[in-house]
Design a protein around this ligand. Structure first.
Ligand SMILES: [Fe+2]
Ligand SMILES: [Fe+2]
Length: 265
């Protein structure tokens, strides 16, 4: 099973040539599913959401989408009264979606908040209720690969100066380890990297994608990830945009450490 992980599309601040190359690549590569990990729009306007909707509708495969901090309106009343109204109307009503397909079980969590106890409301958080929802999802999951999708990352690459990890990161890391989540997909930093965390016999990959097509570049060009699963193996291609097209700049092969939870009791 092939999955494309795209992030930070920022419709409204996107490069039309990169958009075109992205659509062409996705159609040609033909993944079964596209996961978009937030910041679908730049300013959460009706027009930007309509453009995003048209983009998703033009893709022949299923799309799994979660919101990012840019999908909340700026400092106007809508942000406080109906923060995800436009997102829901144009894209999908469910902010914490779930999907089981073939060898993967995927849970998305909305980390964007209208207000945060921090000077930077662009940061994100995961609530105790959401952690319980993650636990419930994966307790019932039977697919070999468990994937969590967040907009805000849990790790920062060594070369990245600003820590933008979600609030309540520690209890969430505990949930990830208890539920033996294999892969955490994220965006937000516009920076592609893969960090691993080994917990006893289990390994979790933290995979971040660069911005898929926005002009808001930070040290890296636009990019996305292609993940190809069998029941026991995974190959991740990290692609970058240059000269009108996306090509792989790094590929990683990974074998699942174990497929069944240890018997309890
Ligand atoms: Fe972004
Ligand atoms: Fe973001």
């Amino acid at each position: 099973m092939k999955i494309a992980h795209i992030s930070d599309l920022h419709f409204g601040a996107h490069d039309p040539a990169v958009l075109e190359a992205l659509v062409a690549h996705l159609i040609e590569a033909g993944p079964h599913l596209v996961i978009a990990s937030g910041d679908i729009t730049q300013s959460a306007t009706e027009a930007e959401f309509a453009a995003a909707r048209a983009f998703f509708d033009a893709l022949p495969m299923e799309v799994f989408v979660i919101p990012g901090n840019h999908d909340l309106p700026g400092l106007d009343l809508t942000r406080f009264l109906n923060p995800f109204g436009r997102y829901k109307r144009h894209l999908i009503d469910e902010l914490n979606p779930e999907l089981a397909a073939g060898p993967v079980h995927i849970k998305g969590i909305n980390t964007a908040r209208r207000i945060l106890p921090h000077w930077n409301w662009a940061n994100g958080a995961v609530s105790a209720k959401q952690r319980r929802e993650i636990a419930r999802t994966f307790e019932a999951a039977t697919a070999p690969w468990r994937i969590l999708v967040l907009h805000h990352p849990l790790m920062s690459p060594k070369e990245f100066p600003l820590d933008v990890a979600v609030f309540n990161k520690r209890p969430l890391l505990e949930t990830i380890s208890e539920q033996r989540i294999d892969i955490v997909l994220a965006g937000h930093q516009h920076h592609a990297y893969i960090e691993t965390r080994q917990e006893e016999a289990h390994k979790t990959l933290f995979v971040s994608a660069s911005t898929g097509m926005s002009t808001r570049l930070r040290r890296q060009p636009q990019g996305f990830n292609l993940l190809e699963f069998t029941d026991t193996t995974l190959r991740i291609d990290q692609l970058r945009y240059a000269d009108g097209r996306f090509t792989t700049f790094e590929a990683l092969s990974h074998t699942k450490s174990h497929t069944k939870p240890a018997a309890s009791g």
